[in-house]
Design a protein around this ligand. Structure first.
Ligand SMILES: Cc1cc2nc3c(=O)[nH]c(=O)nc-3n(C[C@H](O)[C@H](O)[C@H](O)COP(=O)(O)OP(=O)(O)OC[C@H]3O[C@@H](n4cnc5c(N)ncnc54)[C@H](O)[C@@H]3O)c2cc1C
Length: 423
């Protein structure tokens, strides 16, 4: 594997921020057939749009998504930090229907009959398919944190799925008592957006620095190390000195109980009293992937060459729900996987062969204003795994101009992926 500089990495992918629109080469297949896509997130909306666009309407695409507006988890941390308005991270499905002729159904998929090749909807209707794409994102294993539950999420929001949890968490941050303690409990691996909890801590610290400067943040982490750790800790020491304390449960004992009424968080060795908290439980593939029978344990194994389910040749699984080997669970990854799958499905429906798959991921994290760090990789789909072929990560001690450029790229990327998904 090649380790490359930031500049070389940008050149490899096109220009870094625009790279999410760089995907598989367009191949002209005369594909026809019915494709149903479950889930209108980073994976599902992208695959639906690319299937419709690249087949020029010849493939009949139906997208099933319960929400009328998709609020991205990506950039929700920037909303918490006060760098974005909530509405700026919300997107509607209108253009997928009006510009690309996609049949968008706002409902839940409640079951998959793999032998009849139909998807059942909450309305009771059944949709037939030639190929099915399952991209439902994650569900939580609430009982992975003793005492945590669906009910507890109103007191200790996870804010780790699209929806109003991010607004709830922000109000708890802004209304926390002066000099109070905020506790963050990140999830164990594997989970969506590995640097996400730590970028979130940075954004909360940024709010506290201005509005609640004596506040403390304690991270009770079930892991021994975390993504971009040296970059985050350097940034925390520099911008929020003395505010953030990271404690691994390897040293303070496993989480024993969380009490959302008393706000006490107990490990085997210590008890912490939170004034506000964010608890993110362990994760698994969205329930519909389990119901469709494409999971093995918590996640859905796929063929690294095309994202096709290992359990059913007519089903593809994208994004966080899949086992994409070395690719992290990110919107960038899901968007990249969607383009590979769209090409593969069109080729299959046309009885042709698809181009060799190319996958990419870049992930930016904002630590303080104009100070973003980044990690990225280009991947190949081998016989057994999706493997990184070149990697890039920001370095500690970098100059302010580089960090500011990173931030600008992340803002450009956000606009690029939003239009790539929603047309
Ligand atoms: C705080 C935070 C910050 C993040 N920052 C970044 C970042 O900077 N960059 C990045 O690349 N990624 C980031 N991510 C990760 C990113 O949000 C996810 O990896 C990405 O959204 C995964 O895409 P997906 O399509 O698999 O799932 P999602 O985007 O979650 O979409 C799944 C969709 O499926 C729908 N669905 C579920 N079940 C059903 C069903 N039964 N029927 C119909 N529809 C269903 C859901 O309503 C949802 O809209 C971040 C995540 C978090 C939490």
């Amino acid at each position: 594997m090649t380790r490359v500089t930031r500049r070389q990495f940008g050149q490899l992918l096109g220009t870094t921020a625009a790279a999410c629109t760089l995907g598989m080469p367009y191949l002209a297949f005369a594909a026809t057939g019915k494709v149903v896509v479950i889930g209108g997130g980073a994976g599902g909306a992208t695959v639906a749009r690319y299937l419709a666009k690249d087949s020029m309407g010849a493939v009949d695409v139906t997208l099933i998504e319960p929400s009328r507006r998709y609020y991205t988890c990506y950039f929700s941390n920037l909303y918490l930090g006060g760098f974005r308005e909530y509405e700026s991270i919300g997107h509607s499905y209108g253009q997928l229907a009006s510009r690309h002729g996609i049949n968008v159904i706002h409902d839940w998929a409640t079951g998959v009959d793999a032998s009849a090749k139909t998807v059942a909807l909450g309305s009771g209707e059944k949709l037939p398919y030639d190929r099915l794409v399952i991209a439902p994102g994650i569900d939580f294993k609430f009982d992975s944190v003793p005492g945590y539950s669906v009910a507890a999420q109103s007191r200790m929001p996870h804010a780790y799925r699209s929806g109003t949890q991010a607004q709830l968490l922000k109000s708890k941050i802004l209304n926390m008592r002066q000099g109070g303690t905020f506790v963050m409990v990140p999830p164990p691996n594997p989970y969506r957006c590995p640097p996400g909890p730590y970028e979130r801590v940075s954004m909360i610290a940024h709010q506290f620095k201005q509005k609640n400067p004596k506040a403390k943040i304690i991270i009770i982490d079930p892991k021994l190390k975390f993504a971009k750790q040296s970059l985050f800790t350097e940034g925390w020491d520099q911008h929020y000195p003395g505010m953030i304390e990271w404690r691994s449960t390897d040293f303070i004992g496993a989480l024993k109980n969380i009490n959302p009424e008393t706000m006490l968080i107990e490990t085997e060795d210590e008890t912490f009293k939170a004034d506000a908290a964010c608890v993110i439980p362990a994760q698994k593939a969205g329930a519909i992937a389990m119901m469709a029978g494409v999971t093995d344990g918590d996640w859905a194994p796929i063929d690294p060459k095309n994202m096709r389910s290992k359990a059913d040749p007519n089903i593809y699984v994208l994004g966080d729900a899949s086992v994409a080997s070395e690719m992290p669970k990110s919107a960038y990854s899901a968007n990249s996987q969607a383009k590979v799958a769209a090409n593969a499905i069109r080729a299959e429906l046309a009885d042709a062969s698809a181009a060799a798959p190319r996958y990419n991921n870049i992930c930016w994290s904002l630590i303080s204003p104009d100070n973003a760090v980044t990690v990225g990789a280009a991947y190949e789909g081998g016989a057994e795994e999706i493997k990184a072929v070149s990697k890039f990560i920001s370095q500690t001690g970098e100059n302010a101009a580089t960090r500011k450029t990173n931030y600008k790229e992340s803002v450009q990327w956000y606009s690029a992926i939003a239009s790539d998904m929603f047309g």
